[in-house]
Design a protein around this ligand. Structure first.
Ligand SMILES: NC(=O)C1=CN([C@@H]2O[C@H](COP(=O)(O)OP(=O)(O)OC[C@H]3O[C@@H](n4cnc5c(N)ncnc54)[C@H](O)[C@@H]3O)[C@@H](O)[C@H]2O)[C@@H](O)CC1
Ligand SMILES: [K+]
Length: 506
């Protein structure tokens, strides 16, 4: 498993520990220097967040607490009033944390919730990457007290209670306004529910050079990937730009298929064909201008297995990528159509919406497809695919998206404001840009068409999915700036796709 070079690595907790050990043992960097720089960064983030007033530093039993001691000393040196409270006796400390406890210019007090009264800001240096499982007493009570107090919190490395490797939150977790994370981001800071606790994330350089012998499986998507996307050139034709087929639509849901088709065109496809129920073809002909349409044998305005041969024929004629599902509906015929198309169409395939519901509980049936497969579920759809609840998916997003990718032998895009794209080998990339304006009908269809166009351009499916997710979020933000964040509709996002791409590509 190797993270693509366009992704920013997010080491998990064991990889972060190995990185620290490598820096200390192999490069000879003193561990106290690392802790000093971590504490410096932490103190800086505190000063940037709340520049004046008393600071309360809550320190746990390990090196995360040691970072807190360093920040306490530096903030005190800067003239801040600092109170340090520890959750364990001072004689429980060892190593670098103990060394920094000895350098504190103020006494360490036992934790007392009243100590938070009057604080302008607090530092959560309770638990970091060394934690196992849900916070145990007394740390759990300290986390609860901190959340109950009306004091902004800056977290050291990771909000205590958030699993740095996964973003899972087994008990209570500190709700921070900012997180100063050391050496590199961690997956759990970017994946919900953990992401909901971090506030602003700042990565602090603690002086560990690149080259650690670790191989993170998770990463962040940034604009590097967009810069690398193929562009139309002087020799391009509509054929070299890629062909997207959209199979979907049903009575009452023609819009979804249109949005996916139009998004594919705006995301760079050279030509797009909508494969729609024959009874509705005239409607599609009127609604779509650049997109070609083809009517398939239908039942009462919905797809049926009788149309599958025509899909295969269209794939054989034009090649390209197939987007299956937008507006498909849930009639028995349409669901059977989706299963048959997925099982027999020999083209790169993206499945969305009711195309996913057609595969509820039978995810492994997709694993034997010969061409690449991308699935784009939200939490509810992924839960149905895996036969579990949306709450279970919501609590363990990284785990479940990886599991689905492995079972389906597909790229799986778990949508949200922390959209995760996972590959069958466990590689997972997260899009860090939230775009709340995308919370409106039809934006999922736009994402499906966008990824479809990138898939048709011939880039690898993980890159196509990740780039589509990023472009979609960037376009959502642009549309929000143009239309007003709460007024964005899906077609605004389509209209902004091209500019989003140009801006991100620089
Ligand atoms: N040299 C290094 O390794 C560096 C480490 N740094 C800091 O050190 C942290 C990691 O330090 P540690 O490995 O000491 O680990 P932590 O400080 O994260 O916590 C480990 C301590 O918490 C206790 N603990 C474990 N699980 C618990 C649970 N569920 N509930 C309550 N207590 C629990 C353990 O008994 C142990 O005492 C990083 O997050 C970072 O803040 C930084 O100082 C930079 C350099
Ligand atoms: K912490």
């Amino acid at each position: 498993m190797t993270l693509p070079e366009w992704a920013v690595p997010l080491p998990d907790a064991p990889q972060m520990r190995a990185t620290d050990r490598w820096a200390i043992d192999d490069l000879g960097i003193p561990s106290l220097d690392l802790m000093e720089r971590a504490g410096e960064g932490l103190a800086r983030v505190v000063a940037e967040t709340v520049p004046d007033g008393p600071v309360v530093v809550l320190c746990g039993p390990g090196n995360n607490g040691g970072d807190g001691f360093v920040a306490a000393r530096l903030l005190h040196d800067d003239g801040r009033e600092v109170t340090v409270m520890a959750v364990v006796e001072a004689d429980a400390y060892t190593g670098d944390a103990l060394a920094n406890l000895h350098r504190l210019p103020v006494p360490v007090r036992p934790f007392d919730p009243a100590g938070l009264d009057g604080a302008a800001i607090a530092i959560d240096a309770l638990l970091g990457t060394g934690v196992r499982g849900a916070p145990r007493p007394p740390a759990d009570a300290v986390i609860a007290a901190l959340n109950a107090a009306d004091v902004p919190v800056v977290a050291a490395d990771v909000p205590s209670g958030v699993d740095a490797s996964t973003g899972e939150v087994a008990g209570d977790a500190v709700s921070a306004v900012a997180t100063a994370t050391f050496a590199a981001g961690k997956p759990g800071l970017w994946v919900h529910p953990g992401k909901g606790f971090t506030g602003r994330v700042e990565v602090i350089d603690i002086g560990i050079p690149p080259g650690a012998p670790v191989d993170p499986a998770a990463g962040l998507v940034d604009d590097t990937l967009i810069v690398r996307l193929p562009r139309r050139g002087v020799a391009s034709t509509k054929f070299t730009s890629g062909h997207v087929l959209v199979a979907g639509g049903s009575r009452g849901m023609t819009g979804a298929a249109c949005l996916a088709a139009e998004a594919a065109a705006r995301a760079g496809a050279g030509y797009v064909t909508a494969l729609v129920p024959a009874a509705l073809e005239d409607i599609f002909e009127i609604k779509l201008t650049e997109v070609m349409t083809r009517g398939l044998a239908d039942a009462d305005g919905a797809h049926t297995p009788a149309g599958v041969d025509a899909v295969r024929e269209a794939v054989g004629q034009h090649g390209g990528a197939l987007v299956l599902g937008p507006g498909l509906g849930r009639s028995d015929g349409a669901l059977a159509f989706a299963r048959d198309v997925a099982a027999t169409a020999d083209a790169p395939l993206l499945i969305d919406a009711d195309g996913l519901n057609a595969h509820a509980g039978i995810l492994t049936s997709l694993a034997t497809r010969s061409a690449p497969t991308i699935l784009t579920p939200h939490a509810g759809e992924l839960a149905r695919l895996l036969g579990t609840s949306s709450d279970d998916v919501g609590g363990r997003r990284l785990h479940h998206v990886r599991e689905a990718a492995r079972l389906a032998n597909a790229i799986v895009v778990l949508k949200g404001d922390d959209t995760i794209v996972a590959a069958p080998d466990g590689t997972a990339v997260v899009n860090p840009i939230a775009a709340p304006m995308l919370a409106t009908a039809g934006t999922g269809d736009v994402l499906a068409g966008t990824i479809g166009a990138l898939l048709a351009s011939g880039i690898d499916p993980l890159a196509a999915a990740a780039a589509g997710v990023r472009l979609h979020a960037l376009a959502g933000r642009l549309a929000g700036a143009e239309r007003g964040a709460d007024a964005v509709v899906a077609s605004d996002v389509i209209a902004a796709l091209g500019r989003a791409r140009d801006l991100a590509a620089g």
